[in-house]
Ligand binder design. Sequence first.
Ligand code: TYM
Length: 330
Amino acid sequence: KKISLTGIKPTGVPHLGNYLGAIKPALEMAQSSEYEGYYFIADYHSLTTIHKPEVLREYIYEVAATWLALGLDPSKVTLYQQSHIPEILELNWITSCFTAKGLMNRAHAYKALVQNNEEAGKDIDHGVNMGIYTYPILMACDILFLKSNIVPVGADQLQHIEIARDIASAFNYVYGDVFTLPEAKAQEGALVPGLDGRKMSKSYGNHIPLFLPEKKLRKTINKITTDTSAPEDPKNPDDSLVFDLYKFFATEEQVTELDAWYRRGIGWGEAKLELFNVINDHLKGPREKYNELMADKSQIDKVLVEGAERVRPKAAAFLKEVKKAVGVLS
Ligand code: TYM
């Protein structure tokens, strides 16, 4: 079986973008008998920015509960926490020695920080720790240590998968086919837009968290940017953030119906209510499950302990192979 693997950085309750871009497609792959699924919580990646222990702890549970609430079945696939697999970090050092510094300089996230600093007239590396700088190496190790074949991610992570391939190739060039080159599986089309039309992202504060209570979800959806046309004016569904989000959740029939209503003239209040209804219907069940899991975290703990038990022997065996290849182990 091919290995499919993906991770989420615990930086708060995952949002609709995470769900549509990665969680949903990854869980769909788990249904296919072609793949063996691995899902993880990238807690060491969060440590690059989150330095409050109790906050990080809670975020880890939030991501685990999200996976489980949305249907991940731990008896069929494996859910684990990155930091429970210390072998990843040994591999991190080894692969660092095969990663060109220039490759890290070109990584989008680091480049964006440097650019922000430049624009603000600050030192270019202001606020950049080495974890942020070498983030793509750790991510490569997440992928490579399990010999992953397919990595379902949103389009913003494609560069990271490319970097993982580059690192693996540089290593294999010296030692032979030790690493499996992973392939990304990104959703077609653009990233899921946020309230203001930019990519939905926690760092932009334009996101819709998955498990908001109904009232808050309704309020958040009302914040989506719309134009100032009058309620009875015809609206163009092909140029509407509200409609774009609607399409992700609605059935084909619902889309056709609402498309016609837009063209006849729909008030933005009504359009947003339709959007709320379709999202809320979709998430009602998972939200209840999520709240249950968060109320008694022992279930999550158990799943994560079992996940680590399944993954660690594989990690150890592969690390041994790598150590032998480089010559530190006979
Ligand atoms: P993270 O936690 O930022 O996001 C989790 C997943 O959600 C996708 N995503 C989106 N997809 C569509 N539209 C959006 N607006 C949107 N926002 C986020 C992301 O592409 C991602 O797939 N570095 C990763 C975590 C990670 C990882 C890995 C992923 C660490 N190691 C190994 C895969 C394999 C990250 O920060 O994702």
